[in-house]
Design a protein around this ligand. Structure first.
Ligand code: PHE
Length: 457
């Protein structure tokens, strides 16, 4: 069969692809979401279960997504449809792409709000800085921000506009340059913050909190959240990685590239945890305080560290960029899919972006005007996040891995992966066919209480 070629050209090099995928993977998920969900779920066992999910479920699905994307070389809906038909299955596999787009809408709606918070913190660090502020004053800064819906709406609007701008231009032009300098700079700054935490925080306490596992305390709900975090942080299960895989040149090793991205992403999340929890513990803060965690701990570090006044704006600028490159990945599958129906990319990005912006108001108001509205015991934000991250992404990932492992025949997948049919290939295929789907199912069933009813746990 003749190979399809990408309609949008290719990444200029393997490095460019690695950078783009890691730009999508590394974002608020690592630095904002990971520490706060780890804190809420008691650290330790949660963190280890998350790392397990990353390598046992996330890695084979990452490889599957890139592989399917490159095979189809279209937007995720068309790719799943075309490759599905080609493999003698059904065109309704395209629905996986549709569900991914909906997940992307939901996630971006709150992601952009948090992106707006980073803009606010960039502003604070540039104007007053945090130097000399006490923990109480830093807490006050955050709660004042949350209580000001007008300001958050404005910042959310700016963040969405930035995202629409790049997606409207076409990612392969905008993204490469952005990520090329972002990643190294972010890693350097995290390194500096880590040395601060080692010197000034309760580092051994932080390490204990993150890695000392008490598996008896791990609830089914926490396991679901840990799995959701693995999908969220790796951008899996919604077609973002598939869309980037579509531009990958032939001959680039999908498995090695995916492994590199998964490793870097996980290290960055763990380092973020190792920075934040020693500060939390040294200052008597609450690890389980929720989405404000990063915004209340890092300023505290900057307030007392040498050159904190200089480093704070650099850090929040980098966090903003990292969030931006991820937000682009969240919007891309939708923009590309609608564009394929003969619309201009700019107008598509704008219209979809405005819809997502409006959805984001729910998250904003759940921190102030609608704080009392609770559904199933959670705020509006928690419900949107839970549905998209813990349910829809793993479900999308499950379907993707079943597609890669069962629908695509051995010839197609081994040809596309280009690693022959040796042990490496067989390991991937075993994980993709059996281990990943069954693990996702088990976590779902466990969270739904079904394993308990059957007397299995
Ligand atoms: N992985 C991104 C992060 O960690 C979020 C994301 C999810 C981006 C899904 C694209 C798709 O911040």
């Amino acid at each position: 069969m003749a190979k399809r070629t990408s309609l949008h050209g290719f990444w200029s090099s393997r490095l460019a692809f690695v950078l783009a995928v890691s730009g999508s993977a590394v974002g608020l998920g690592n630095i904002w979401r990971f520490p706060f969900v780890a804190g809420e779920n008691g650290g330790g066992a949660f963190v280890l279960f998350y790392v397990l999910c990353v390598f046992v479920i996330g890695l084979p699905i990452m490889i599957s997504e890139v592989m399917i994307g490159r095979r189809g070389r279209r937007n995720p809906i068309a790719t799943m449809r075309i490759v599905g038909e080609e493999e003698g299955s059904h065109s309704s596999w395209g629905l996986v792409g549709v569900m991914g787009i909906v997940s992307g809408f939901l996630i971006l709606s709150f992601y952009s709000v948090i992106g707006g918070w980073t803009i606010a913190y960039l502003g604070y660090s540039l104007t007053n800085g945090f130097s000399g502020l006490s923990a109480g004053e830093i807490h006050g800064l955050f709660s004042t921000l949350l209580a000001d819906p007008v300001k958050i709406v404005a910042l959310h609007t700016v963040f969405m506009a930035l995202t629409i701008l790049i997606v409207g231009r076409g990612v392969e032009r905008g993204l490469e340059t952005l990520v090329r300098f972002l990643m190294p700079a972010l890693i350097l700054l995290l390194g500096l913050l880590l040395s601060y935490s080692i010197l000034a925080g309760d580092f051994s306490g932080g390490v204990n909190f993150l890695f000392r596992a008490d598996f008896d305390a791990l609830t089914p709900e926490s396991m679901l959240t840990a799995m959701g975090q693995a999908f969220f942080t790796l951008s899996l299960g919604m077609g973002a990685i598939m869309a980037y895989g579509a531009y990958l040149p032939e001959g680039t090793s999908i498995s090695r590239t995916s492994f590199a991205v998964v490793l870097v992403d996980t290290i960055i999340a763990l380092v973020a945890g190792l920075i934040i929890f020693p500060i939390v513990l040294a200052n008597g803060l609450d690890p389980a305080q929720g989405p404000g965690l990063v915004f209340e701990t890092l300023p505290l570090a900057f307030s007392s560290m040498p050159m904190g006044g200089l480093l704070a704006p650099v850090f929040f600028a980098l966090l903003l960029f990292a969030a931006w490159t991820s937000a682009i990945g969240l919007l891309e599958p939708a923009a590309w899919s609608v564009e394929s129906h003969g619309r201009s990319r700019r107008s598509v990005a704008l219209v979809i972006g405005v819809v997502i912006w409006a959805l984001g108001l729910l998250t904003i108001f759940s921190f102030n005007l609608l704080a009392d509205v609770r559904i199933l015991g959670g705020s509006l934000f928690e419900n949107v996040d839970h549905l998209a991250s813990n349910v829809m992404l793993p479900l999308g990932g499950l379907l993707i891995t079943v597609f890669a492992g069962w629908v695509m025949c051995k010839n197609s997948s081994s040809e596309e992966l280009g690693i022959g049919t040796g042990p490496g290939y067989r390991t991937w295929r075993f994980l993709a066919r059996w281990v990943a789907p069954i693990s996702v199912l088990l976590v779902f069933l466990h969270a739904a209480g079904i394993l308990g009813i059957l007397g299995l746990v």
